[in-house]
Design a protein around this ligand. Structure first.
Ligand code: PLP
Length: 398
């Protein structure tokens, strides 16, 4: 959440008094940015597992795997400890140490850090100006004889241009991993995202659209790959204390599985509400000069893990952080995903140093902010968020 210093520039004289300057805020108390409360059904589901005493990955994880596979059009679906482990489990069988892997410069750190953990060399690809997703034209320019794979994030819950990813992958014989940590139940061209690529990874971190506290999953459609991922997930064990290969303990547990199954019961309905909230925000933003609603990839249906607005900084006498600080005072919390592009992360300096910084992703880090997004936002709250956006935008617009 942004809590930053007061604006450096005074609001224009005709603007309504901003709360940050002592005016009356739009909301007397801040509207919630997210909603993570458990329902009684979730608590009952966990109690059922507690009473059974079977805490390890068992029936509930299996149920989650079967149901989520069907709902995302994937053949195999394997739960695991978290979304970072999911990436590690997907990457390990699909490329080798020393391979170049195309990665988005604009994503959460894990998409890239697990490439590095695998021994791969991340090649940073810029973002598409409109969708903010990996730009496949830039990806095509960055292919070399050393490129072996593409890691693409369905960022903010919106699928990337999957046709373009798969076309580039087929042309150059590349493996594809989609990071869907934020994109549960999103679709592309009428199919669940589990239908595409070599593997798709998910996170069930507490704040995700389906949050179990910690947790994650990998889906794929290839039997041999699924077997390999299962072996890696649990010490390469093929029979009791028989270890065919070296692996990890990246298993989930049935308490998380129970929460996951219970939340999955209402995920389609909650997702539909997120999509309705997004449509209302789109309509509001269409009338506010200098603010741009997120653009969906053609053919994709996003699930709005985050609703991310772009501020045209040239149109305002304030920075993005100052704009968000003023919104916060009006009772509208925002968040920045992310304050720097991945090529700017110190952790990746040895790779990015030689490549330079993809300019669009760099620019996004200073332009974007996320609005409150969850299934409990009322029409009245959404309208008032619009009022606050308009109020702040009018005050700072030049
Ligand atoms: C795009 C993306 N990838 C990977 C992860 C990692 O997931 P986890 O936190 O479950 O390890 C996250 C979580 O924030 C994410 O947003």
């Amino acid at each position: 959440m942004t809590t930053l210093s007061a604006p450096r520039s005074a609001p224009l004289p005709h603007a309504p008094a901003l709360a940050i300057n002592g005016g009356t805020p739009v909301f007397p108390a801040a509207v919630p940015f997210m909603h993570t409360a458990l329902t009684q059904a979730d608590i009952d589901a966990v109690n059922g597992v507690l009473k059974s005493g079977m805490l390890r990955a068992a029936k509930k994880c299996e149920e989650l795997e079967t149901r989520f596979a069907a709902m995302s059009d994937a053949k195999h679906y394997m739960t695991c400890a978290n979304g970072t482990c999911a990436l590690q489990l997907a990457y390990e069988p699909l490329f080798e140490r020393g391979d170049d892997v195309l990665v988005p410069a604009w994503s959460y750190v894990a998409t890239v850090s697990m490439v590095v953990a695998r021994g791969g060399n991340p090649i940073f690809v810029d973002s598409h100006q409109d969708t903010m997703q990996i730009d496949m034209a830039d990806a095509a320019r960055k292919i070399t004889p050393r490129t072996r794979a593409i890691a693409a994030t369905h960022l903010y819950g919106c699928p990337v241009d999957i046709d373009a990813v798969q076309a580039l992958a087929s042309k150059h014989g590349l493996k594809v991993v989609y990071d869907a940590a934020q994109a549960h139940l999103s679709t592309y061209k009428g199919k669940g995202i589990g239908a595409y690529g070599d593997a798709v990874t998910y996170s069930y971190y507490a704040t995700k659209n389906l949050g179990t506290g910690e947790g994650g999953a990998i889906s794929c459609n290839d039997d041999a790959l699924a077997r390999q991922i299962k072996l890696l997930r649990s010490h390469g064990e093929t029979d009791k204390y028989l270890h065919e290969q070296v692996g990890y303990n990246y298993r989930m547990n049935d308490l998380a599985g129970a929460i996951g199954c219970s939340k999955l019961d209402r995920l389609p309905a909650d997702t539909a509400i997120r999509q309705q909230v997004a449509a209302k925000y789109d309509a509001i933003l269409a009338k506010i000069d200098g603010l741009k609603a997120p653009t969906t990839t053609p053919g994709a249906v996003g699930v709005y893990h985050l609703y991310v607005v772009k501020l045209d900084t040239g149109r305002f006498a304030c920075t993005r952080d100052e704009f968000c600080a003023a919104l916060m005072k009006e009772g509208v919390p925002t968040a920045v995903h992310y304050p720097r592009s991945l090529s700017r992360q110190p952790a990746f300096a040895q790779f990015a140093g030689k490549q330079g910084h993809p300019p669009i992703a760099d620019g996004l880090s200073k332009q974007i902010f996320a609005l409150p997004m969850h299934h409990m936002l009322s029409g009245d709250q959404i309208a008032k968020i619009g009022e606050a956006l308009d109020k702040v935008a009018s005050a700072y617009r030049v």
